[in-house]
Design a protein around this ligand. Structure first.
Ligand SMILES: Cc1cc2nc3c(=O)[nH]c(=O)nc-3n(C[C@H](O)[C@H](O)[C@H](O)COP(=O)(O)O)c2cc1C
Length: 166
């Protein structure tokens, strides 16, 4: 078993410690090694370290209060010029986001995945605040930092959700 998969949890409290540049690059490298439909690699990443942007992100998406404590955030977007459908934009970015979360555990970091799309109002808010081109679809934003909370581990394996077609 890959232990990082089972250790990952959404972290919403962080220490004030900065995240090293090399670690941010490792997160992005992990993201860009995820699979994409037709290998389009349509993902784009905006690393947000600006304190004011982190402190006010809740105005763009109300459930991002943890950003106030995060060292940085990674906004994961799809360049829709590169994809055949918006569904693939979401799927490709979700794969990249999950890789970031798992690599984060490996590096001793805490993360929290926050949705941006598909709510149009939030998409518009992020496009406006970060001056994004209309062809960039902000899919999710990840809080990143050193964790300041520990949570009880849960194993969600539920055999009732599995059927076999032999
Ligand atoms: C698509 C998606 C959107 C999410 N959006 C938010 C969010 O806006 N704010 C937040 O605090 N957590 C968000 N989460 C985290 C979930 O609440 C969390 O993954 C879930 O409660 C399970 O907890 P765990 O991540 O600790 O296992 C999101 C997760 C996903 C996959």
């Amino acid at each position: 078993m890959l232990k990082e998969l089972y250790e990952r949890q959404s972290i919403r409290h962080f220490t004030t410690q900065k995240v090293e540049e090399e670690k941010i690059e490792k997160l992005l490298r992990a993201a860009m090694n995820a699979p994409t439909a037709r290998n389009r690699q349509d993902w784009r990443f905006l690393v947000i370290r600006n304190k004011e942007a982190l402190n006010t992100m809740q105005e763009l998406q109300p459930y991002t209060g943890m950003m106030k404590e995060a060292a940085c955030a990674i906004l994961v977007m799809s360049d829709t010029k590169e994809t055949d459908s918006v569904e693939y934009s979401y799927v490709d970015c979700a794969a990249a986001i999950e890789n970031i979360l798992i690599e984060g555990v490996h590096l001793g970091l805490g993360t929290c995945w926050c949705a941006v799309g598909p709510k149009q109002e939030r998409i518009d808010n992020f496009r406006q605040y970060y001056h994004l081109e209309d062809t960039l679809l902000p899919v999710g934003v990840i809080a990143v930092g050193y964790p300041a909370e520990t949570k009880e581990k849960v194993d969600r394996y539920d055999p009732q959700k599995v059927t076999y077609f032999d």
